[in-house]
Ligand binder design. Structure first.
Ligand SMILES: *[C@@H]1O[C@H](CO)[C@@H](O)[C@H](O)[C@H]1NC(C)=O
Ligand SMILES: *[C@@H]1O[C@H](CO)[C@@H](O)[C@H](O)[C@H]1NC(C)=O
Ligand SMILES: *[C@@H]1O[C@H](CO)[C@@H](O)[C@H](O)[C@H]1NC(C)=O
Ligand SMILES: *[C@@H]1O[C@H](CO)[C@@H](O)[C@H](O)[C@H]1NC(C)=O
Length: 337
């Protein structure tokens, strides 16, 4: 019995020590930075996703499983994750940029305020930067283009103002850009035609962007494009074409004005197309019959003529077509003369 207790006890001690200085894998520079972040945030932050194990200086920081991940032979911190924690309207802690091997930084839904600190450019291995659902403000800094390894940038649902920096197109690996639901003004930069990654995913919806979508963007291989709820004008038909990867396209609630009849091809991959609440004129293109668009909405425009017959068009709800100048034929009840 005593033997058993001794055995249990030593297992416990061994386990405890292995979690501490006994064989601490965490790099001292990383630990220092993490404890500075903790201090800057007056932690422990109020969140049920963080356990008492995390942030404990007596525990190997590679074991702070809910907030970090160590990687590589040197066990450097490659991921820092603090989501759904109420950080009490504090700014982004500058010490985050001392986690110099960081590849993924997730600070979403944490009530952060202030601007993106310039020190963030020290994170030269960063691939994912996710700051969505905060109260961040100021301009989207052009220095973000120095994060050359970035593949995904999510600044959505914040309070950013000013125009979109053209320099973002200098991020050679970027394939995902979410700037939706901010207060961005100005035009979509023509430099965005330089985005070279296939299947690009862009969401700029819910801002105050104006002007035309630069026609050079017809060169980008978009898979998802959402520019709804802005003040964009002009023509977007150059974004269609047989050989594109487009799956989802939302242009609704803008001031777009072009002749829809002249569109000859839709990408076969396209399944959702929303053009509602614009000033689109002409007829619905015959190419819609051959397309795979299962979710089409052209309501609240200035379209005319018979809805082409075939494909999935007659199976769509009437609200997909209502409030136009003179669209007629099924599924609308209005007969063509
Ligand atoms: C952010 O702050 C508001 C009010 O200050 C609070 O209601 C909300 O829960 C906070 N968000 C998070 C994710 O804790
Ligand atoms: C955005 O900024 C305005 C003005 O400073 C402020 O009133 C508003 O609460 C902020 N909104 C968010 C979501 O932070
Ligand atoms: C689409 O691609 C095929 C082969 O990849 C090519 O032959 C055709 O010309 C292209 N069509 C258009 C409209 O670019
Ligand atoms: C089409 O868009 C209009 C306007 O936003 C909306 O009222 C309607 O419900 C939509 N119809 C479908 C089928 O999505």
């Amino acid at each position: 019995m005593a033997m058993m207790n001794y055995f249990h006890c030593s297992i416990f001690i061994f386990f405890f020590l292995s979690k501490t200085a006994f064989s601490e894998r965490c790099h001292p520079n990383d630990k220092k930075a993490l404890l500075q972040i903790k201090k800057d945030l007056n932690t422990p932050p109020n969140s049920n996703l963080i356990s008492s194990w995390d942030w404990d200086p007596l525990v190997d920081c590679c074991d702070w499983d809910n907030i970090v991940r160590c990687g590589g032979a040197a066990n450097r911190i490659i991921l820092f994750n603090l989501i759904l924690a109420d950080l009490n309207h504090l700014p982004i802690p500058a010490a985050v940029s001392d986690l110099e091997y960081l590849e993924e930084l997730y600070l979403h839904s944490t009530n952060l305020t202030g601007e993106i600190p310039k020190q963030i450019t020290k994170l030269t291995h960063l691939k994912y930067l996710d700051l969505r659902f905060n109260h961040l403000s100021g301009n989207i800094p052009s220095f973000l283009s120095r994060l050359q390894t970035l593949t995904s940038l999510d600044l959505s649902y914040n309070n950013f103002t000013g125009s979109i920096p053209a320099s973002l197109s200098q991020l050679p690996n970027l394939d995902t850009l979410f700037l939706n639901r901010n207060k961005l003004t100005g035009e979509i930069p023509g430099s965005f035609s330089d985005f070279r990654q296939p299947k690009f995913y862009i969401d700029l919806s819910g801002n105050q962007l104006a002007g035309e979508i630069p026609s050079r963007l017809g060169n980008v291989d978009f898979q998802v494009i959402d520019v709804s709820r802005n003040r964009l004008v002009g023509d977007i038909s150059f974004l269609f074409g047989k050989n594109k990867s487009l799956i989802y396209a939302d242009f609704s609630r803008n001031l777009l004005e072009f002749d829809f009849s002249k569109v000859e091809y839709f990408p076969m991959s396209l399944s959702t197309l929303d053009l509602s609440h614009n000033r689109v004129t002409g007829r619905l293109p015959e190419a819609l019959v051959e397309s795979n668009i299962g979710r089409l909405n052209v309501s609240y425009n200035r379209l005319c003529g018979q809805i082409p017959v075939g494909g999935q068009l007659q199976e769509l709800e009437t609200t997909s077509f209502f409030h136009n100048m003179c669209l007629c034929g099924p599924p609308l009840l209005k007969k063509c003369k």
